[in-house]
Design a binder for this molecule. Structure first.
Ligand SMILES: *Cc1c(COP(=O)(O)O)cnc(C)c1O
Length: 456
């Protein structure tokens, strides 16, 4: 046998706490504002939508938050996840860099999303909630939440963007297999949905409309609450099991990364892998680059503005201080649905503002080239979102080669692409296009933002 390629941990190594990076941030995130009055809001404003325990986590300043035993017990179904040294990819690239990846595709839903779906369902159950509503685009979040609700015997009601509902039936069937009810959005079940249908009976739907439907059900039914799969602080918090495990695995490998890389939609899998490493940068001055990778067609981190904006399209949520392209911005229809969100999580935005993390943007053609290269070398077919992280890792490995220096690179392989083969088909058939926004398009999007600026 040659050198080690796979680093496994024991069930007993599943973290006992989630890591809350806000405790160690030099500048704390600014408060959310009320959507109408623009005054700072307190935690109680979120109570109609979320259970109290999750709201407490949302505003917590504690560095460590205990993971309930029931949640750790379920994590054991797929955690700890493996960490690999990508030796074959290193060979193909002929790079002196060492490349590692943490693989989150081993979860039942095939991505990192169950790491937060399970605790969210758990806390809702604890507080007597019977039904959880959510929206889903391509279905990655919906399937994770369906899986989690089923484990706790709760109803799960999912508003799936109609065009995905019709074009991507397999993730819908996964949700059905786990017992969730899935409705094509816009639906006739809500005022928001009926309003859209009255204007356009053939509306293909959008994530913004689906959010409005899921939120309306939660806000108007005492037994129902709403759940979100990214962006919010408590979601990022739950994902830190990824990085804590990876820290231990890198220790087993006798390495510490110079660069940690992850794809970026709202920030949850990026936070999950990078925050436990960034703790060493923030508290011990350890050198480390953390790079969030977004599509060039939705470049909020690299080309957006830092200001207050809504989380949804319609403008119902509190205003959050974030990097954004504007809540009405509609990105081009690229094949990484999970990365087509207009804004970024509050914590990640503040870290970027303060220069603690970096961001990069990659075009979708380059991401599929990277994904196919990776699949040939390492076997796993990555989710189109994950290909963004892989593309950046390859860029860094090539820089290492040009400079003739060895670097240690770690990236998050946040999900497999087994349900995304239609995207690969489009790529192989040459039907994918390059999508780079012009400066005029960026300026036009940003000019539409009419929400409050950030002071200072
Ligand atoms: C949802 C999703 C993303 C984007 O969301 P983040 O919160 O930024 O992690 C990326 N990759 C996969 C596989 C996803 O399912």
């Amino acid at each position: 046998m040659s050198e080690q390629t796979k680093y496994l941990l024991d069930e007993r190594d599943i973290p006992e706490h989630w890591y809350n990076i806000t405790a160690d941030m030099p500048n704390k995130p600014l408060p959310p504002l009320h959507p109408a009055t623009h005054e700072p809001i307190g935690p109680e404003a979120l109570a109609p939508l979320f259970p109290m325990e999750l709201i407490k986590q949302e505003v917590s300043a504690e560095p460590w938050i205990e993971i309930p035993d029931e949640v750790r017990d379920i994590y054991r179904l797929w955690r700890p996840t493996p960490l690999f040294r990508a030796r074959r990819l290193e060979q193909v690239l002929d790079t002196p860099a060492k490349i590692y990846y943490k693989y989150e595709g081993v979860s039942p839903a095939g991505s990192h999303k169950p790491n937060t779906a399970v605790p969210q369902a758990y806390y809702n159950k604890q507080e007597g909630v019977k039904r959880i509503t959510t929206e889903t685009g391509a279905g990655q979040w919906g399937s994770a939440l369906a899986f989690a609700c089923n484990l706790f015997g709760m109803e799960c009601e999912i508003y799936m963007v109609k065009i995905s509902y019709e074009q991507k039936p397999y993730r819908k069937m996964m949700m059905n297999a786990w017992g969730a009810s899935v409705y094509a959005s816009p639906s006739d079940r809500t005022n928001a949905g009926r309003q859209i249908l009255a204007q356009d009976p053939d509306s293909p739907g959008s994530l913004g409309i689906a959010i409005s439907e899921a939120v309306e059900i939660a806000a108007t039914n005492d037994d129902a609450k709403y759940s979100l799969g990214s962006v919010l602080n408590h979601v990022l918090l739950h994902q830190t099991v990824i990085g804590q495990e990876a820290l231990k695995q890198m220790e087993l490998a006798g390495d510490f990364p110079d660069i940690v890389i992850a794809p970026f939609g709202g920030g949850s899998n990026f936070a999950g892998i990078s925050f436990p490493f960034l703790r060493h940068k923030l508290t011990q001055g350890k050198k480390l680059r953390a790079i969030a990778v977004e599509p060039t067609s939705c470049p909020k981190l690299t080309r957006g503005v830092f200001r207050y904006d809504f989380g949804d399209t319609v403008g119902m949520t509190p205003l959050l201080p974030m990097y954004t392209l504007g809540h009405t911005f509609v990105p081009a229809k690229i094949h990484a649905g999970g990365l087509r969100y207009h804004g970024a999580g509050v914590i990640v935005s503040q870290l970027l503002k303060d220069g603690i993390i970096e961001a990069a943007a990659v075009d979708q053609i380059e991401t599929f080239e990277a994904g196919v290269l990776f699949a040939k070398a390492e076997g796993i077919i990555p989710a189109p979102e994950a290909n963004h992280g892989i593309a950046q890792a390859i860029r860094e490995a090539q820089i290492a080669k040009e400079e003739g220096v060895s670097k240690t690179i770690l990236f998050n392989l946040c999900g497999h692409g087994n349900f995304d083969m239609a995207s690969y088909e489009a790529y192989f058939a040459g039907r994918l296009q390059k999508h780079e926004m012009t400066q005029a398009e960026i300026d036009a999007a940003v000019a539409l933002i009419d929400t409050p600026a950030i002071p200072g």
